[in-house]
Design a protein around this ligand. Structure first.
Ligand code: AMP
Ligand code: ZN
Length: 731
């Protein structure tokens, strides 16, 4: 994208990029569940770096461009790295690699400078500390300063030596300050990569699938997930291996070059990747990179690039580090892996708001370590741009990560008679005609009774961020719709416990008898349905699935109007239209919905459309009759306000709650929930991933709760080890 020309849009863009990058960092480093490709991630970081370079006053010290990875999770004990673990700068392509080689040569004043080329192993960073020659501790990289203590797990990894080999013990004269003939082992920290071989990864995923577990997206996530197990026996059962390539303080061992480091590691008993060369010039570096790309596929483990390092440690010292990465090394990243396959079908999915999304179904292919068979094509414009047709041989990609993408067809292989794909004119679910609004890319089914939309709407209402009907998932909803018990969301509140218990799940037992839901589940469901009657107004607004009303807008509307009737009333006022002598400001001022902070005319219009519909109004009446609380003030605090005066900050992903749901539950007990950590924060609740907010909390000495503590606090209503209430944290 072209860089913004004015400061204001540059500022907005940097902010958006930072938030997005932080989010992906969390997904990647802490959850081991990346959502976008490495290439896409790199593109985001790159754009941000460029913006920060172009607008230096927009650069901030806590920008993700200044950080390495993520803060560790609360699950493992933190390990402070005595010598920081850096990330690597990337070179995307040979031009950038040459630019880096040139910069290094210039920086060392064109003295002789050798480079070591190593494969960039696609696993997880590992630091091993040996004391007196014995393995003392293993840690992850974490955010580079603090990692996680994973010693018990790493002890299960077969190729990690528990003792350094005597052959590597330095002679006394090699060790600085040694007074003895035979030197004691200096404390040694060895670094490298822990990974899962491709074959083991395939096996593991097959097993996971067979046992109903979830498959890992790629070997890297499998490795990262396997060393971060609560139970070391699980780690032991995973076939992990290591390649070590660095020593935190090589001088202590009398080493002067990276190539000597690798040699020493080998002698000490570590696995060191054999695919290494020392190059004196650029062309040999290029050659190594080119051959690595060719050999990539046939290697038994995943690699995602080549790491080029200055060989001389003295020159490395001269070159030093940026805030994030050494200047003496660069990661030459491979172009994302692409595969060809055949497009068999373009299937159309209908979403909650009636959007029709075309989905490419193709012959399964293994790309970057995992098998893919479908990818979204987003919308009809996208299909037109790419000109993909059923029967085409298509190029798909998945750059070592999660979201598969169709790049386009190979036209020379297009079968005769392949036709341009068209959006169906009728909804695949309900058969009603579909519409494409002017200036919108989406095609929509506008039939409110459309079964696919209805299913999505019901599931949305029951979902965690909405009314949170615990246990009410797609399967049960589908059965209830099929049996005619559920038409719209008000029907949840007319379900009968006995009928639920008898609900036919559409499956049969081994003896041929039909499976029913059963009394235990039915009782639980009835209780959760009942609990959902008293959720906050914001959740009701969100749960209704009004177009463009997300959870933030829903909260703003609930805070402003306080009841569904007040919002309906506001929606019945037709505001002035801008134009014809009416200014935009006057039009906005006359619109009680649009003028709410964060709402605006487009959302207001959609709220008016919702309440303008008689069926929706009837639905609201049914909800009211069936005991759903539709006003904030009527909702006397269901529970004593035992957390009043306390301020919580939620960070990371929780297992049992969405962050919205956890925040709502805390607020129900009178707590405040804030977005940023300050000295006045009472508690930080850190989910499994815990980002920079956790780091901030630790820095400020704010108490940190894990999910277990959160759950028990919400149960009992009492904060652990009461902390004095303080005033506004958001100053
Ligand atoms: P990045 O995660 O993109 O910042 O890349 C840096 C990471 O690459 C390091 O933290 C290492 O975990 C990893 N890596 C894999 N192979 C090597 C290697 N041969 N030399 C240095 N780093 C490597
Ligand atoms: Zn439809």
């Amino acid at each position: 994208m072209t860089p913004p020309v004015d400061r204001e849009s540059a500022a907005a863009r940097t902010q958006a990029l930072r938030a997005e990058i932080e989010r992906h960092n969390r997904m990647y480093y802490a959850l081991d569940a990346p959502e976008i490709s490495d290439a896409a991630y790199d593109a985001l970081s790159r754009e941000l770096r460029e913006l920060e370079a172009a607008w230096p006053d927009l650069a901030v010290s806590d920008s993700p461009t200044q950080k390495v990875g993520q803060a560790p999770s609360a699950q493992f004990a933190p390990v402070a790295h005595a010598v920081r673990m850096y990330s690597l700068d990337n070179a995307m392509g040979l031009d950038e690699l040459d630019a880096w080689l040139g910069r290094v040569r210039e920086a060392v004043g064109y003295r002789a400078c050798e480079f070591v080329c190593e494969l960039k192993i696609d696993g997880s960073s590992l630091a091993l500390t040996y004391e007196d020659g014995a393995l003392l501790r293993a840690a992850t990289r974490g955010d580079g300063r603090t990692g996680e203590n994973i010693t018990v797990n790493v002890r299960q990894v077969a190729d990690v030596p528990t003792h350094l080999d005597e052959a590597a013990r330095p002679a006394a004269h090699d060790v600085q300050g040694s007074l003895f003939d035979i030197a004691a082992w200096p404390a040694t920290e060895v670094r490298g990569e822990i990974y899962m071989p491709k074959a083991s990864f395939e096996r593991l995923n097959a097993e996971q699938e067979a046992s109903g577990g979830s498959a890992f997206a790629n070997p890297r996530n499998a490795a990262a997930g396997s060393v971060r197990q609560k139970d070391p026996q699980v780690t032991a059962s995973r076939d992990l291996a290591t390649f070590m390539y660095a020593i935190a303080e090589p001088r202590a061992l009398g080493l002067a070059r990276q190539s000597e480091v690798l040699e020493w590691l080998r002698r000490a008993g570590f696995h060191v990747n054999p695919d290494v060369i020392v190059c004196a010039d650029g062309p040999s570096v290029h050659e190594f990179c080119a051959s690595a790309i060719k050999r990539r596929e046939s290697l038994p483990y995943e690699i995602d690039g080549v790491v080029v390092k200055v060989d001389s440690l003295a020159l490395q010292d001269e070159l030093g580090y940026t805030s994030k990465a050494p200047r003496w090394a660069i990661a030459f990243k491979f172009p994302p892996e692409e595969k060809t396959t055949v497009l068999r079908e373009i299937r159309v999915q209908v979403g909650r708001t009636g959007n029709l999304t075309p989905l490419a179904e193709f012959d399964p292919v293994t790309v970057a370590g995992s098998t893919i068979a479908r990818a979204t094509l987003h919308n009809i414009d996208e299909i037109g741009r790419k000109d993909v047709r059923v029967g085409d041989t298509i190029i798909v990609r998945k750059a070592g990560d999660v979201i598969p993408e169709v790049l386009g067809p190979i036209l020379s292989l297009r079968p005769k008679g392949a036709e341009i794909w068209r959006m169906p004119t009728a909804c695949p679910s309900c058969g009603e005609p579909v519409w494409r609004e002017e200036r919108e890319v989406a095609t929509r089914c506008v039939n409110a009774g459309c079964p696919a939309q209805r299913l999505e709407r019901l599931a949305h209402w029951a979902g965690r961020g909405s009314l949170d009907i615990d246990g009410m998932g797609y399967e049960i909803i589908t059965r209830l719709v099929d049996t005619g018990a559920l038409h719209d969301v008000s029907d949840f509140y007319a379900l009968d416990e006995q009928d639920l218990a008898a609900l036919d799940m559409g499956r049969v037992k081994q003896d041929g008898a039909p499976v029913a839901l059963g009394p235990i589940v039915a009782a639980k469901l009835t209780a959760s349905i009942d609990a959902s009657r008293r959720r906050s107004l914001a959740r009701v607004f969100f749960g209704l699935g009004i177009r463009h009303v997300g959870s933030t807008v829903a909260e703003a509307l609930a805070a402003e109007f306080g009841s569904i009737d007040a919002l309906a009333e506001a929606a019945s006022i037709s505001p002035l239209a801008a134009g014809g002598g009416v200014t935009l400001a006057a039009a906005l001022a006359s619109d009680p919905i649009a003028r709410v902070e964060g709402v605006g005319p487009k959302i207001a219009e959609s709220v008016r459309a919702f309440f303008g519909n008689a069926e929706n109004r009837a639905l609201i009446e049914r909800l009211r009759e069936r005991g759903v609380v539709l006003a904030e003030e009527k909702r006397a605090p269901a529970r004593p306000q035992t957390l009043a005066g306390l301020t919580f900050v939620l960070t990371g992903a929780l297992e049992a709650y969405s962050r919205d749901a956890a925040g709502a539950a805390l607020k129900e007990l009178g707590a405040k929930v804030s977005g940023s950590v300050s000295k006045k924060t009472s508690f930080v609740v850190a989910g499994d991933d815990a980002g920079s907010k956790l780091a901030k909390a630790l820095e400020l000495g704010v108490s940190v709760l894990d999910e277990e503590a959160l759950v028990s606090m919400l149960d009992t209503g009492h904060a652990p080890g009461f902390v004095a209430a303080t005033s506004d944290p958001d100053e």
